[in-house]
Design a protein around this ligand. Sequence first.
Ligand SMILES: C[S@@+](CC[C@H](N)C(=O)[O-])C[C@H]1O[C@@H](n2cnc3c(N)ncnc32)[C@H](O)[C@@H]1O
Length: 279
Amino acid sequence: MGFGKATVGDVQRFWDARPCNIRHSKSRIGTKKYFNEVEKRKYFVEQHIVSFAQFDKWRGKSVLEIGCGIGTDTINFARHGAKVTAVELSKKSLDIAKRRAKVFGLQNKIKFYLANVEELSKTVPIRRYDLIYSFGVIHHTPHPEKAIKEIKKYADKNTVFKLMIYNRYSWKVLWILFKYGKGAFWTLDELIARHSEAATGSPVTYVYSRTQAKKLLRGFKIKDICADHIFPYQIPDYKKYRYRKVWYFRYLPKSLFRLLETSIGWHLLITAKPTLAND
Ligand SMILES: C[S@@+](CC[C@H](N)C(=O)[O-])C[C@H]1O[C@@H](n2cnc3c(N)ncnc32)[C@H](O)[C@@H]1O
């Protein structure tokens, strides 16, 4: 695994060109209607986020969010009463997230930083947080291990670290391999990066087995790790805001689909705590 030549600048340009989920609504960007529609679509398609983030658990607590994108989860932490520090590499995404906070009157509950997680402590003052949350971010930075090392600086023994990274042994990886790679598994890492996101050509997208995830999380002890999320919809319909499943998922019993999601889902949902000297 390696995206040796890709730089943080490449990553920033990619997400500036098309911030994550920016097309989740057809309404005018920056309006309340737009943000409400973005949220509705996101939590409809990625329902597991709500139970993973446990927004209502962090009322009155401090939350550090790494890679907030356009701020869907950020707003929900703040809405539920958390004091949020949100960090993002893409200025375009951050500006939309800031606008979102303003639209919902939550700007006093969120402190935003434009920063690269690999050098987090150069920009974001070090202090401990109750929750460190990062959904779908660390696998897009060229050196994820540097990111984890930086994140650790904001954790003490009571901090909970919730992280989503992509699952190597997933339906999505198989689908990419056969749809775009015609089975050419030796090009897999490049293929995955190219086709992992809504916009083609992500400069960096790592995928992790459970064992690799454990190795990545140096300085943390994993308390829970599970897979979730298979995207079942026909893409042309989805782009038109219609939700029609592909035929093989349409006829699959719900319980079987759920079993697939929890075994070969695309998202590895990890809850971890910092390791202590005697761990
Ligand atoms: C797939 S999006 C996820 C956004 C958000 N967490 C969500 O779930 O909607 C990945 C985000 O990670 C951000 N990102 C990638 N590398 C980063 C880095 N080194 N530092 C901070 N943010 C980064 C990108 O700019 C992008 O907004």
